[in-house]
Design a protein around this ligand. Structure first.
Ligand SMILES: Cc1cc2nc3c(=O)[nH]c(=O)nc-3n(C[C@H](O)[C@H](O)[C@H](O)COP(=O)(O)O)c2cc1C
Length: 606
């Protein structure tokens, strides 16, 4: 990490903050506001402290490593599309014809020798300092508390290395870890993840599971940790393929897990299948808090580190954040891996304000009726793609999937109720919208067909609002979007007191003026900012409960409660702490105004 920081310094790409700042809220809040800027930069905090514990740490905190697309490309060493092309070549490789073709293939095949991680027999730089027994103390690390309502301090960019019970498979997964005390951590591997699958094997065998958690090192290890590799494939093989160099691993000191030799810090330990503890709440990348839930516990047997380690961390919360750029890399690199199961797929895009698993847009070549529907099922049935709640398909003539205004108009021009498909399936562990954890509604839209006609007579926002308010007193505000398309979207905000199904019935008479109606809460939503409206709506809906298709399309994006037949706890938004932000502003460490608060939902409003 020190080398990476030096490289950033030489290339003018890092902000170094030498002021004493608290690991609880202050440092995370600065990083949170920085990453939302157009040209955000990585941050190095040289003097982290904990006022609560009275600690001045001697390890600096490094954040926003994936601060923008250029840096992400630098971390890969090339554009992720180039990596995707190489993967595609490998997947489509055919036996060479003749000596010339053989010779041409050689350099590419030679590169494959880098794929398999190498095990070194000596110790690594990450083991220059070894803390065991009474010296183990997590309070020596500047672990952050990001949000006021977080259940404690969390390691947010930990690379968790594990192996299957029979030792035949290794895995690297990025899972957050809650600090419980000096010697134990909560292990938040979600139910569908490889780490959790391995853990089940150990639990069934009644054995403790060895784990080693690495922090820092080559930034590509970190990206690989979140990469949705097919089950059973070690993520560091992808590292080798991209770097053109084998990952070099050393054995942990107190367990038999191998970790990269050059990471900054390693936390070694075991997970006892008979022990679990409440983990969370934690302000998550959905922009909502994850509710407290029992998870396994890591009992630490050693902490090792370089002589001068750096503590690497991230902030998750409402988009846009660092995972926007990590996710962009993942999306590009994984395109060729999706094609074998969906061969006519041209491209796909998971916008970060859909927090990846809530929205995907895909471009495809259609050859037969139902082709898009076939792809929906394929997506919903495979790996981590199956968490996606809302999937929209367009044909090959559609504009670029990242040209949001054009693509929205293109979809709405082809939106036909008969091509809207509502199903059920598995959901991301973090989804809060469905009545039941882990399973819920899926929405598929086949917009690969012909253009449809505008069937409604548009009114001005003011006129429509007046008519709507006369029909339902909960309505506060209204704004129409994409009014030049065949299916304009009308968004209304409400002070909700009852089920929105009743509101929908009340304003049904406006069917000649509304093609699509989306309802959101007035509180903490601003109709001026569609970026956050999309974030809110795709987070909050369960398609099997919250969508009606006649006489117009109706989408209920409001907070749910008993009036909606919803009996789970609905989590709160991640919000900054007002006093902390104001103090940081006074110290000229952050800048914000009312517009920024509303644009990104930094604090409560309305
Ligand atoms: C910053 C960040 C934090 C994450 N935290 C978690 C987490 O706490 N638990 C989890 O299961 N996945 C988490 N993920 C997602 C996983 O890293 C991702 O799904 C990965 O592919 C899991 O690997 P696996 O399938 O090998 O388990 C996180 C991703 C990022 C980028």
């Amino acid at each position: 990490m020190r080398d990476v920081i030096e490289w950033f310094k030489e290339n003018g790409g890092i902000k170094v903050i030498d002021k004493e700042l608290d690991v609880e809220l202050e440092i995370p809040h600065i990083a949170y506001l920085e990453i939302k800027k157009e040209n955000s930069k990585p941050l190095l905090f040289t003097k982290p402290i904990s006022k609560r514990l009275g600690i001045k740490y001697d390890i600096p905190v490094f954040m926003n490593l994936f601060a923008n697309k250029e840096l992400t490309e630098d971390i890969f060493g090339t554009h992720p599309d180039v990596i995707a092309k190489n993967i595609e070549w490998l997947l489509k490789m055919k036996p060479p014809k003749g000596i010339l073709e053989k010779l041409k293939m050689l350099p590419k095949l030679w590169k494959l020798k880098s794929v398999f991680p190498k095990r070194l027999t000596h110790s690594g730089e990450c083991q220059e300092i070894v803390l065991k027994g009474d010296d183990i103390d997590l309070d020596k690390l500047p672990i952050l508390k990001t949000w006021e309502l977080d259940g404690g301090r969390f390691i947010t960019m930990g690379q968790t290395y594990t192996k299957s019970l029979d030792g035949s498979m290794q895995n690297l997964g990025m899972y957050r870890l809650q600090q419980y005390d000096k010697k134990s951590l909560g292990m938040h591997w979600q139910i569908h993840k490889d780490g959790a699958h391995f853990f089940n094997e150990y639990a069934q065998a009644g054995k403790k599971m060895p784990v080693s958690i690495a922090i820092g090192g080559d930034p590509l290890y970190i990206w690989c940790g979140q990469a949705p590799m097919p089950s059973g494939m070690f993520e560091l093989m992808l590292y080798g393929l991209i770097r053109g160099e084998n990952a070099k691993l050393v054995k942990s000191i107190t367990n038999d897990i191998y970790i990269p030799h050059d990471v900054d810090i390693v936390i070694e330990g075991f997970v006892d299948p008979t022990v679990s503890k409440v983990e969370g709440p934690f302000g998550d990348h959905t922009g909502y808090y994850t509710l407290p839930e029992e998870f396994p516990v890591v009992e630490i047997t050693a902490i090792t580190m370089k002589k001068k380690p750096v503590f690497h961390a991230t902030v998750v919360g409402k988009p846009p954040l660092e995972d926007k750029y990590m996710g962009w890399g993942t999306e590009r690199v994984f395109l060729p891996l999706l094609k074998p199961m969906a061969p006519d797929l041209i491209d796909y895009h998971m916008p970060e304000n859909g927090v990846f698993h809530n929205l995907i847009m895909s471009k495809m070549k259609t050859h037969y009726k139902g082709h898009a529907m076939q792809f929906m099922h394929a997506f919903w049935g495979v790996g981590q793609m199956s968490f996606v709640k809302h999937a929209i398909f367009v044909d090959e003539n559609a504009p670029d999937l990242t040209s949001y205004e054009e693509i929205a108009t293109y979809i709405l021009d082809r939106l036909d109720v008969k091509n809207i498909f509502i199903s059920k399936g598995i959901l991301d562990h973090l989804d809060h919208s469905s009545n039941e954890q882990f399973v819920g509604g899926k929405l598929g839209i086949d917009a690969t067909g012909d253009k449809v006609d505008l069937k409604v007579k548009l009114l001005s926002n003011e006129e429509l609002l007046e008519k709507a308010q006369a029909l339902d007193a909960q309505i506060v505000d209204l704004k129409q979007f994409c009014t030049n398309s065949a299916n304009p979207i009308c968004v209304i905000s409400v002070n909700k007191t009852d089920s929105m199904k009743k509101l929908y019935k009340n304003i049904e008479v406006l069917k000649n003026h509304i093609a699509i109606l989306i309802v959101i809460d007035y509180k903490n939503n601003d109709l001026k900012y569609p970026y956050m409206l999309v974030w809110r709506v795709v987070n909050n809906i369960d398609a099997s409960r919250d969508i009606e298709l006649s006489p117009f399309i109706f989408v209920d994006g409001t907070t749910k409660s008993e009036v909606d037949g919803f009996y789970r706890e609905w989590p709160q938004d991640t919000l900054c702490s007002k006093e902390v932000l104001e103090k940081l502003k006074k110290d000229a460490l952050v800048e914000f105004d009312d517009d920024l608060i509303r644009r990104f939902g930094l604090l409560e409003f309305n």
